[in-house]
Write a protein that binds this ligand. Structure first.
Ligand code: 17E
Ligand code: FE2
Length: 437
């Protein structure tokens, strides 16, 4: 890779802050680090970029994606029922044909697509119930190959269950020996409730033994009796590992009766586990066994956020057996959360933006390397927007992506032209729309 310039100066930035109002500043990047931030910087720079008051944000964080299955939609067939379970069956067929090259090519193509849209931190699951561990090995190689421009964490994820077939428990442990960053699980898909409980205990044990993070696909079902989150919470309280633990999906939380949900919310206050919701995918996967009314099946994001739990958001899938759509854009994810979780208040929208940035960094435990502060690695994005709200509403283009001091991608926003000949026709009475389609 090319060396970053000795000094890069970003002028007229609207610098976002997680909780305070934005600041108008210049930002100097020295090598791969943030060198200075001040209302006006005079020192000369090798390269200057006037960002003209647009927002400058730390990069997007993808807290939950499956890069091993990305870009396989339709292979060997389309998911016609749209359910999680048909998706698992299709993937079980597709994973028989995995090769290292296949996994790596699709993962890197997806990561580039993400990085061009401002994502510089990614947590991916790798299916380790695939008996050759090709998905895992491919993603571990990718993690190392891309580390100059994007940070990737790999979760060892037993898609078919830790106890779903005899070798799976051993494969999960082997994945940790090979270097997976986190241990995963899928308790609601174990053959019995007892197996589900046992799998959560085993995951906590392995995480402690190998000193790894935990990220469990937990209660991703509309069954109000799927109650493995309480087992995770109990293990987190007893082990004190909460901040290193993430509960992904937890869609059954949507369906719990309120008496139980409120009790659980109380227990949650005794631990700092992280929640990861995947609204794009769960709004399509869940509710499939309902007629009407049809449940939304996304976890209680608003209530968890109101209670001060750390919630981040994931895209989950890009064109795979569970979701045929998507480009990896985290503003799409935040926008879906705003709609599905009814977080349309002004502070609520800002919170949804934070769920794809700062909160994700907390979930991934990369806060020491994340954020636009003097001395930290220079990872940031410039958006074609003047606020979080503006960025979310228009799914603003990410104009510039700077990773470790290097400009790695830039995109021109689309510009529309009004082509009607009659000049007296009032085009649109909102000039900003003409300027910013
Ligand atoms: N596997 C799973 O168990 N749940 C999901 N949402 C996806 C894969 C995408
Ligand atoms: Fe997932």
């Amino acid at each position: 890779m090319t060396q970053p310039p000795a000094r890069l100066l970003l002028r007229n930035c609207c610098l976002l802050h997680p909780t305070e109002p934005p600041q108008q500043v210049d930002i100097a990047i020295d090598g791969d680090r943030i060198g200075a931030i001040a209302p006006h910087l005079d020192e000369p720079a090798e390269v200057e970029l006037n960002v003209r008051g647009q927002i400058v944000s730390p990069p997007f964080v993808e807290s939950h994606i499956h890069l091993d299955s990305a870009l396989t939609v339709g292979e060997p067939r389309w998911n016609e029922s749209g359910t999680l379970f048909e998706g698992i069956d299709i993937w079980r067929e597709r994973k028989q044909t995995l090769t290292l090259a296949d996994v790596k090519e699709r993962a890197i193509a997806t990561l580039k697509q993400q990085a061009m849209q401002g994502v510089l931190f990614v947590r991916t699951h790798a299916d380790v119930s695939e008996q050759t561990l090709t998905a895992l090995q491919g993603l571990l190689e990718v993690r190392d190959a891309v580390r100059d421009w994007i940070t990737v964490q790999v979760v060892a994820f037993p898609q078919d269950g830790v106890y779903g077939s005899p070798k799976n428990e051993e494969l999960l442990e082997e994945a940790l020996r090979l270097g997976a960053d986190a241990v995963g699980g899928i308790p609601h898909y174990e053959l019995t409730r007892e197996d589900g409980v046992r799998s959560v205990h085993r995951i906590f044990e392995l995480a402690a033994q190998y000193d790894r993070l935990i990220d469990i696909h937990c209660d991703e079902i509309d069954d109000d009796q799927a109650r493995f989150l309480e087992v995770m919470v109990a293990c987190a309280i007893r082990s004190g590992m909460g901040s290193r633990v993430a509960a992904s999906h937890t869609t059954a939380f949507h369906s719990y009766n309120n008496a139980y949900a409120f009790k659980l919310m109380g227990f949650l206050q005794r631990t700092d586990i992280n929640f990861i919701a995947n609204p794009l995918i769960n709004i399509t996967l869940q509710g499939r066994s309902d007629t009407y009314p049809k449940r939304r099946g996304v976890t209680r994001v608003k209530e968890l956020w109101q209670q001060g739990q750390n919630v981040s958001l994931g895209h989950d899938c890009v064109q795979d057996p569970w979701y045929g759509l998507g480009t990896g854009n985290m503003l799409d994810v935040a926008s879906m959360a705003i709609h599905v979780c009814q977080m349309t208040g002004s502070a609520e929208m800002d919170a949804c933006y934070n769920m794809v940035t700062w909160n994700g960094a907390k979930t991934l435990q990369v806060e020491d390397r994340y954020g636009i502060e003097v001395g930290k690695p220079a990872n940031l994005v410039v958006l074609d927007a003047d606020s979080r709200y503006d960025a979310l509403r228009r799914r603003a283009t990410v104009r510039h992506v700077i990773s470790q001091g290097r400009l790695i991608a830039q995109t021109e926003p689309p510009r529309s032209q009004w082509m009607v000949a009659d000049e007296s026709t009032p085009a649109l009475n909102m000039p900003s729309i003409l300027m910013q389609p």
